[in-house]
Design a protein around this ligand. Sequence first.
Ligand SMILES: *Cc1c(COP(=O)(O)O)cnc(C)c1O
Length: 346
Amino acid sequence: MQIKTDFRSDTVTLPVPGMLAAMMAAKVGDDVYGEDDTVAELENKLARTFNMEAGLFCPSGTMTNQIAIKCFTQPMDEVICDQTAHVYRYEGGGIAYHSMASVRLLHGPRGILTPELIAPEINDDNIHYPNSSLVVLENTVNKGGGACYTLEQIATIYELCRRNGLKLHLDGARIFNALTATGDEAQQYGQYFDGISVCLSKGLGAPIGSVLLGSKETIHKARKIRKAFGGGMRQSGFLAAAGIYALDHHVSRLSEDHAHAQLLAEALKETAYVAEVMPVETNIVIFKMAAGYSSAAVLGSLNEKGILCGTTGPDTIRFVTHLNISPEMVAHAIQTIKELKPARNS
Ligand SMILES: *Cc1c(COP(=O)(O)O)cnc(C)c1O
């Protein structure tokens, strides 16, 4: 039987035995009644980590982002984000549907925004214009190939938002990857953001869950919105226990995923079918096909050899490294990448 190595996403990770044991042993109660101590422990643990007042455990990253956007906007407002942003591209049109807000799309290099890019897009108070009320950053930037913001970059954007009365939300689906790469302290984040979404089911390896962080007031409002979204959960401590385990055991190993991504990128650069590999900062490798090769053909021949990955466009492919990718799998993938002879376009 051929072994499958799954680089499609860091969402495909499976719970390890220690995590399953922690889940089985969790003390639970009804969290809608506010009686699940394990959920409260997870929420407080992450809030302390990022120096924020409170947290809210949600089923998905999409839900934490959409709740935050609803907390920080009114209907007819405008949200400012990069054109690659998950909140815009991959959340089912949720901003329009849930928040009745419009979106102003910017074009940051690899999805990274700056005060210079944002400032001219903030609307004046004029009856013709939607009211600019929220900036959303993504760290790391998924479609930017896992590009990171540094704390200094974030601080300058925060200053601009504060001067203009805008809220600032962070889609931190891969925030621990960013912290691992930049060496910045999670503690420093709380002062800059009104909301932070932290995903537990990506590289951290929990089966389910994201936590929204914010002020007590924001999280109080968010808890009611979560209920209206159908996201109030009962004995969710079983899932929160997986999140606590992930934070305790799987953050420090993220550097392994980053090293694996570097190795894959180096191998890809040496091949005839790859024109360009985006700089690798974290656990995502995005590369562009050379002229004459389609991403579908390259993906197809990788799949035949048991290497699963995804396309991000007609001529780009994405590899994501994670908890369930071992050094042996990376070595095997590199060998396959070197030997691969994908069909050329006719
Ligand atoms: C995965 C991801 C999310 C959340 O996705 P869910 O599948 O809803 O948990 C949010 N933002 C980014 C950048 C992501 O990659």
